[in-house]
Write a protein that binds this ligand. Structure first.
Ligand code: ISE
Length: 346
């Protein structure tokens, strides 16, 4: 394809509006042509920021439109299944924000629909950490073998405050911990077999009904393990760190030590408020790579299978949250995703 990729964005809440801005201003080879949101006034407001972009309340109109080559879905997770199915039916390349869907059965239906209706990958799932330069460097280091065999990952995932739609503790698993699920599958290049979600003392600053922080333990198929602390009301800032412990050494990312200022008997740096700042580069690279791949007629990055596996692990995590006991992750046969190249995804 030589012409720019004409992209429509479905859902222009916090993340969708951020992606619309990125597509309209920073991404080469793409034209933002339309935005859709159930709140049409908000869609119009976002469209008005970008001359020539139209707004609609109907996601399905946008997906079907002849002048839309590819669709970026950033609507709430519960809307994803129908919207991704529409994209598959119209043969449109799709970048679907995480989670692929909110339960494993519907996520698996999407893997199968992509296989049966299209027969090749068309959908990328928005696990943007795989495009973050620090995570990419860590992945290359692990894959190079220079640290020897990867044994353990320690993850820290903190948000300043949780969004208002985090009404119960399962949101932390489904919406926040799910990133570490994907990171672990990707860095180990193995599936997660069991997950345990523990609830230490809850912070007095967490909204009522939210067990926050949580500590999760993943057991990988090859025997490795990962620990994750998710704390979404730390009231400090957005912090994501990962330490990989391997046979010959360890490696850490996310220390955020780019600029250290010494002043008035102190020293320190800045901690961003949220993921749009911390992962700005990752989002830019993710969307730019997606656009390039669509124009070449391919798909890169996390696949529908990765989206399905992450949702299945999160679902087991929510079950574990209720008891604090390990829960086994039941995955479908990988043949469900035989249309994906073996090297794609985790
Ligand atoms: C949000 O949806 C994200 O994806 C962020 O990366 C995560 O840190 C946050 O907890 C989620 O709510």
């Amino acid at each position: 394809m030589t012409a720019p990729l004409r992209v429509g964005v479905v859902g222009v809440g916090i993340m969708g509006a951020d992606h619309a801005e990125r597509l309209a201003s920073r991404i080469a080879g793409a034209d933002l042509v339309a935005v859709a949101d159930a709140d049409v006034d908000h869609a119009s407001e976002v469209a008005a920021r970008h001359p020539g972009v139209r707004a609609t309340a109907d996601a399905f109109d946008l997906i079907a439109a002849d002048d839309v080559d590819a669709v970026l879905i950033a609507s709430p997770g519960f809307a994803h299944e129908e919207q991704v199915l529409a994209c598959l039916a119209h043969g449109k390349y799709t970048l679907c924000e995480k989670p692929l869907t909110t339960d494993s059965a519907s996520a698996l239906r999407l893997v199968e629909a992509e296989r049966d209706k299209v027969g090749r990958p068309l959908v990328q799932v928005g696990f943007m950490r795989r495009f973050d330069p620090e995570y990419v460097e860590l992945k290359h280091l692990i894959d190079s073998g220079r640290l020897g065999r990867l044994l353990v990952l320690h993850n820290i995932h903190r948000n300043k405050t949780s969004p208002p739609w985090f009404r119960d503790s399962s949101s932390i698993v489904n919406d926040s911990l799910v990133h570490e699920v994907d990171v672990c599958r990707w860095l180990f290049a193995e599936e997660i077999e069991t997950i345990t979600v523990l609830t230490p003392a809850t912070s007095g600053r967490a909204p009522v009904g939210l067990r926050d922080p949580q500590v999760a333990i993943f057991q990988l198929a090859g025997g490795g393990m990962a620990t994750t602390e998710v704390f979404v009301n730390s009231h400090v800032g957005y912090e994501v760190r990962c330490e990989a412990v391997a046979e010959l050494g360890s490696a850490t990312i996310g220390l955020g030590q780019n600029l250290l200022v010494r002043r008035d008997n102190g020293y320190g740096g800045h901690i961003p408020d949220d993921y749009r700042v911390r992962f700005a580069r990752a989002y830019d690279i993710e969307v730019q790579d997606w656009v390039r791949a669509c124009r070449r007629g391919t798909v890169v990055g996390p696949t529908t299978w990765d989206g399905y596996a992450a949702t299945a692990v999160a679902e087991a995590g929510v079950a574990s949250l209720a008891t604090g006991r390990p829960v086994r992750v039941e995955l479908a046969d990988r043949a469900a995703a035989r249309h994906l190249c073996p090297e794609q995804g985790a």
